[in-house]
Design a binder for this molecule. Sequence first.
Ligand SMILES: Cc1cc2nc3c(=O)[nH]c(=O)nc-3n(C[C@H](O)[C@H](O)[C@H](O)COP(=O)(O)OP(=O)(O)OC[C@H]3O[C@@H](n4cnc5c(N)ncnc54)[C@H](O)[C@@H]3O)c2cc1C
Length: 417
Amino acid sequence: MSMTSMSGSNNVVVIGGGAAGMMAAGTAASFGAHVTLLEPNGKLGKKLFITGKGRCNVTNNCASDEVLKNVPVNPRFLYSALSGFSPADAMAFFEAHGCPLKTERGNRVFPESDQAGSVIDALRRFLKETGVKIEWERALEITAENGAVTGVRTQTGVLPADKVILATGGCSYPATGSTGDGYEMAARLGHTIIEPRGSLVPLVEKGHTCAAMQGLALKNVDVKLLDAKGKCVFEEFGELLFTHFGLSGPVILSASCHMQRGRDGYRVVIDLKPALDEKTLDARLLRDFAEFRNKDLSNALVKLLPHSMIVPAIQKAGLSSQQKVNELTKAERRSLLETIKHFPIDIASCAPVEQAIVTSGGVKVSEVSPKTMESKLVKGLYFAGELLDVDAYTGGFNLQIAWATGRLAGSASAQEG
Ligand SMILES: Cc1cc2nc3c(=O)[nH]c(=O)nc-3n(C[C@H](O)[C@H](O)[C@H](O)COP(=O)(O)OP(=O)(O)OC[C@H]3O[C@@H](n4cnc5c(N)ncnc54)[C@H](O)[C@@H]3O)c2cc1C
């Protein structure tokens, strides 16, 4: 029996002062555990601060079942966590800790202040009122004996622990502190790590079409993601951005979640004029071609397409910029129309995980109890947040996962024994 158990206390060390770690630490302390939170950043919630473009999309105002529909990988693992701490519970929690909220389009919930800092302040208040001790230290290793955790080694020594909650996040946006340390700590204790990769991530194209349009943002376009067999696996209307390496912007980030692990041959197809059906677009082309009949093709599309798209569109249609408009055949006009309605970009890969909004992959969930978040391999070891092999679409679902798993790991670890 450890010294701490003999004295009747339950020492919980939480590794990581992000969304999940703060929720877990305050919860464990509110259930009577002695909690120490380790965070090397010198401040809490560095990633939270940049979420939702600085406004923090805290959760999604929907039922827990609806959250599960927005989790493409391992949703069933989250069933208990989300039943115990639903989006409504998360909203009540933040309101009760001095962070009034509002719900916007798509049920996305934000702080009324439009400041992610308000969410962090609410969590700081929670940690203070529950008496969590914060140490600005990096955890290096979780120590264990006879299949049970005994402590956490940091740069300055070993902190004894009856329970350890690992909440170090994924490995995207490493400047926020999520450098992937937790994977190594978990692996050293025998856990399997599903290879981390980016989700909600920009896409790298095969070829160089996008580079020519770098910086161009298209609003109100219809975007489809096709798999190697040409089957549409995602379609959304919205905004995208051309970059020097490929595609980014909200619709593309969402599309990336629908790309299956280990598969390639994906293609993004953009309808540049979704408001015009083919007949109307053809009439529009004929009108523009009549107006510019003696010009080169590249000069005849100035009214229809953004400047930097004209040459790429002509090339994709298999035509030449110098072709005279009055010499275009009906088939060539048809080819141009097809390109405008179905502008194709072949995808080579996702951008590196560091550029992803969330990390897909992580601690294999079949080695973790969904009822408690405790490791099935090492007694007293718990997991919470993005470190686990679960991730969700945009809309506040990823933070909801962090709150719910943090809450469950916190309450379960606070039980003595
Ligand atoms: C730009 C951006 C915008 C986003 N916007 C949203 C949004 O609006 N809504 C939404 O739902 N999700 C959003 N996300 C995703 C969301 O931020 C994450 O899913 C969430 O922060 C995960 O929480 P976490 O606690 O698991 O990890 P993190 O928040 O990454 O926290 C992990 C913490 O662990 C610490 N740590 C790492 N290693 C160690 C170590 N060895 N010892 C001690 N501590 C360590 C880190 O410093 C960090 O503070 C966004 C992500 C990004 C990058």
